[in-house]
Design a protein around this ligand. Structure first.
Ligand code: NAD
Length: 353
């Protein structure tokens, strides 16, 4: 056994009602004038937090949008400077958290983050930003939030069409962590626990979004999945999802949600320990089959055909996917990827070879 494990520093507070600790957590970091961030959709949640932190409020900026455009970051920073803010309070999903990270990258201000989806960005030192339509990604510990408050009550309002794919997206991070090139025993334990928690939580949650036991379990699994994504490298699944998402402008979470069963099947014979861990977590004897079954009960789309792709698009995607491939346990070949995409196109159960 040989590995390198780098623990990422973060203070995590988990539990229903923990949002009430937010003012104390700002004080703990010495933040006297917080910039409260949210999307426009969640502006009322942002306003509730602004009221909760009372005299530690500096300004409110409810303008976060998807993909962290640099001009939005600059406009939020203008407000931050005008109101002399000395810290960030981001309340929301990956888009809002991305804006907080982008400001922290430029200013090194401390961040308290309150995630309300399962995307997991709060646990990673990764920042993706867009400028003039181009997305770039960087890694820096400056962007890693100091404090994360997970309050499952805030996820009760998350609609099904976000809960299911966002949860499956989190599972995809945990699955790939299990066969990552730089995997290690701690992250593998977290990954298995994440898949188990999300696998148990998502089906009941899709039936009843106010099931608090399921909401707690899902957010717990999402925390673990975010920690996996922040710690180890990703493989074929992320490469193929970026290729499909970027080239054909497909919904990010839906592509992840659909493809993870097929990416797992691709690696079936080359990552036996990972397959065993995934199968154990899902209570099945076939990892890819278990993920496929989960998709049928929680996914919004169950084939690439349904997402509007053609067979010619699959040829193009398999060509692109083999350019600058990421590490993957099984070599990434054009024919192999094309075969995997065909099965996903048809929404076929990934067969046992
Ligand atoms: P999001 O933050 O865009 O949220 C989707 C929508 O749901 C928004 O309109 C938001 O206002 C709303 N919403 C969020 N929480 C809600 C709740 N509890 N109730 C009701 N509505 C709610 O989506 P996301 O999937 O959380 O994040 C996606 C973004 O995060 C992408 O840009 C992605 O690239 C990024 N991301 C980054 C990392 C990283 O490590 N840097 C990791 C994962 C995702």
């Amino acid at each position: 056994m040989e590995f390198v494990y780098n623990a990422l520093p973060a203070r995590v507070i988990f539990g229903s009602g923990t949002r009430e600790t937010v003012k104390d957590e700002l004080a703990r970091l010495g933040i006297k004038r917080a910039l409260v961030l949210s999307t426009a959709d969640q502006s009322s949640t942002g306003a509730q937090f602004a009221a909760m932190i009372e005299d530690r409020l500096g300004a409110v900026y409810p303008g976060a949008v998807m993909h962290t455009p640099v001009d939005v970051t600059e406009s939020a920073m203008l407000q931050m400077r005008q109101m002399d803010c000395d810290g960030i309070l981001a309340v929301g999903g990956g888009s809002t958290i991305g804006l907080g990270k982008a400001i922290a990258y430029r200013t090194d201000l401390p961040q308290v983050v309150v995630p309300t989806t399962y995307a997991g960005s709060e646990m990673t030192p990764i920042l993706g930003q867009t400028e003039k339509g181009l997305k770039t990604t960087l890694r820096s510990e400056k962007v890693l939030p100091e404090t994360v408050i997970y309050d499952p009550e805030l996820t009760k309002t998350l609609p099904d069409f976000i809960s299911g794919p966002s949860g499956m997206n989190a599972i995809a991070h945990a699955v790939e962590a299990l066969y990552a090139e730089d995997r290690n025993p701690i992250i593998s334990m977290m990954a298995e626990a994440s898949i188990k928690a999300l696998g148990e939580a998502l089906p009941p949650l899709m039936k009843d979004g106010s099931d608090m036991e399921a909401r707690e379990k899902a957010l717990y699994g999402a925390w673990l999945a975010g920690a996996c994504l922040g710690s180890v490298g990703m493989a074929i699944h992320h490469k193929i999802c970026h290729t499909l998402g970027g080239t054909f402008d497909l919904n990010h979470a839906n592509v992840h949600s659909l493809m993870i069963a097929y990416s797992t099947a691709y690696n079936r014979d080359d990552a036996p320990e990972a397959m065993a861990a995934i199968a154990r977590a899902l209570g099945t004897d076939d990892a890819a089959g278990g993920l496929y079954d989960l998709l049928q009960s929680v996914g919004q789309v169950t084939s690439l055909k349904e997402m509007g792709l053609s067979e010619a698009d699959l040829d193009k995607a398999s060509e692109l996917a083999v350019q600058n491939p990421y590490y993957n346990p099984r070599p990434v070949t054009k024919d192999g990827v094309r075969e995997m995409l065909q099965a996903a196109f048809e929404g076929r159960r990934p067969t046992v070879s």
